[in-house]
Design a protein around this ligand. Structure first.
Ligand code: AMP
Length: 501
């Protein structure tokens, strides 16, 4: 998972792109980059690290121009090379760059064809470079000195035919402008908005609406699945549906964990969806634990706080913030290697003993992936003096890997893979545990948006909306991931979700 942003402004865009990337930083803390366009010249700065560490004042001065794109990258198994930070760039035709969020599930096939038939060399193991070259190749085939909107939209249509998987991307075409497009299932989010200045209207395309809000842009709408949005250098905006059979099936995990609560994704407030997750889970607790003796609901910060609030309200139980988070430590999941990950849960969260002592506590997390966090947190709650420790998850059991751009561990590493809820409870050491049902999660996310019929729920139900994920693919994914973890090397094949962008 990554964050992407692009802007056509009326004055230099470097600061706005930088600020936007800091707002999207939760989508990727591994690497960051910005490329700007100025009078036929492109300027690029990218490297590993947080946005605030990658760009110096001097770098910012070099990023001249009123048009540009930016990217922040999520770390994935074995992929830590700064050469794979984005935007990626190809000089032919025109000079095109791309910032991409998602994962192409047939990247290795495309890579082979790009080499054998299109005579293009891909220099990294990133599927984003594959996407860029496939797009550039299609435009180059036209042999024109200057492309039209129709040519660009036709090239996106070709991408939809050629590429499978989840992708939300922003490309910048030298001399033309920027282009945002979303895969035909709309798995990864993308939206656009505008702001008026004395010099005219400026446009921004971004992964999440929160980037637009913070920079004073008004959200126009989400980019539809399969649609492309083109903004030329003069600030003219064009849109076209480029997919033959688009259907909206956004990744439900964005609402569960990935997106910022103050974003709107596909017309649903992430915050409100999390409140509803709390209420639907409260309903299940009432149904299944009618005689519960929970004294207090305690969220595991930060994401689950929203759901925990309405879970407690709905059950009419005390809500307490019993764990305090050290803000200056990275997310648990992104630490390399299980040993470090274990240690960092304790470094990150500290219990307020008085909120636990002698009480029956219900701990709520947004999701349980490997179970490392839950196991340790339960132990911490007991050490803090809790009487009974119950555990709840605002999402259903994560049983299958994600292949569309979230760095989910291979199936064997998922605590819920091939385990019943009772077995999971025993492993994490809870007195009792409860998971949200998938139907309830879907209902909670959909809310009143009846237009949202489908979601990609693959990490919960193993149904992959692109229809191309086979058992062999998942097995290869697992093997390659294990190898990459072992040697700490970048993944070599583009087929696998390990190269999520
Ligand atoms: P785990 O210890 O693996 O069970 O971690 C679960 C925690 O990681 C939950 O509290 C989530 O907030 C968080 N989480 C879930 N999915 C991801 C992800 N793909 N990347 C980083 N953190 C995640």
């Amino acid at each position: 998972m990554c964050g992407v942003i692009g802007m056509v402004g009326k004055s230099p865009v470097n600061q706005a792109l930088y600020d936007g990337l800091t707002v999207l930083q939760h989508r990727g803390q591994d690497a960051a980059g910005i490329m700007t366009y100025d009078n036929g010249r492109l300027h690029l700065r990218k490297d590993n690290g947080l946005v605030r560490d990658v760009f110096s004042a001097e770098d910012m001065l070099q990023l001249r121009g009123n048009v540009g794109i930016g990217h922040c990258r999520y770390p994935t198994a074995g992929c830590s090379s700064s050469a794979e930070s984005q935007p990626f760039y190809v000089n032919s035709p025109y000079g095109i760059s791309i910032a991409h969020n998602g994962n192409l599930t047939n990247a290795s096939d495309i890579k082979r064809d790009l080499f054998l038939a299109d005579l293009r060399h891909i220099n990294t193991s990133s599927d984003s470079e594959v996407l860029l070259n496939a797009f550039a190749h299609k435009l180059g085939e036209l042999g024109k000195l200057r492309v039209s909107e129709t040519d660009i939209f036709d090239a996106v249509a070709n991408i939809h035919e050629r590429c499978r998987g989840g992708y939300a991307a922003i490309a910048m075409i030298n001399g033309y402008g920027i282009l945002g497009f979303r895969d035909p299932n709309g798995i990864r989010p993308l939206c656009y908005g505008s702001r008026d200045t004395d010099a005219g209207t400026e446009y921004m395309i971004a992964s999440e609406s929160v980037a637009l809000d913070v920079l004073g842009f008004t959200l126009i709408r989400d980019v539809a699945p399969g649609e492309a949005v083109l903004i030329d250098l003069q600030g003219n905006l064009y849109t076209r549906q480029c997919a033959a059979a688009p259907q909206l099936a956004p990744c439900i995990f964005e609402y569960v964990y990935l997106a910022r609560p103050d974003s709107m994704l596909d017309d649903v407030s992430v915050y409100k969806s999390r409140l509803r997750m709390g209420r639907t889970l409260a309903g299940k607790i009432r149904r299944e634990w009618a005689h519960h003796d929970i004294d207090v609901v305690i969220p595991i910060p930060d994401t689950s706080r929203t759901a925990a609030l309405d879970l407690a309200n709905d059950l009419n139980i005390l809500y307490r913030e019993g764990f305090i988070k050290n803000r200056y430590i990275g997310r648990t999941f992104i630490m390399p290697g299980q040993a470090v990950r274990k240690k960092s849960v304790r470094q990150k969260l500290n219990p307020i003993e008085l909120e636990f002592r002698g009480k029956n506590v219900l701990l709520l997390d947004d999701s349980i992936v490997r179970g490392t966090t839950s196991e340790q947190i339960i132990q911490m709650a007991r050490e803090a003096g809790a009487n009974k420790v119950f555990f709840a998850s605002a999402a259903p059991p994560v049983r299958y890997p994600n292949v569309y751009g979230i760095d989910m561990p291979a199936a064997q590493e998922l605590i819920a893979h091939n385990r019943s809820v009772e077995e999971i409870r025993a492993v994490i050491g809870a007195d009792d545990m409860i998971y949200q049902d998938l139907d309830d999660l879907v209902e909670a996310v959909r809310g009143k948006n009846t237009g949202l019929r489908e979601f990609d729920c693959s990490c919960f139900d193993g149904r992959y909306v692109t229809g191309d994920i086979t058992a062999e693919y998942l097995l290869a994914l697992e093997t390659e991931r294990a190898d990459a973890m072992r040697v700490g090397a970048p993944l070599q094949s583009n087929r696998l979700a390990g190269m999520n962008s």
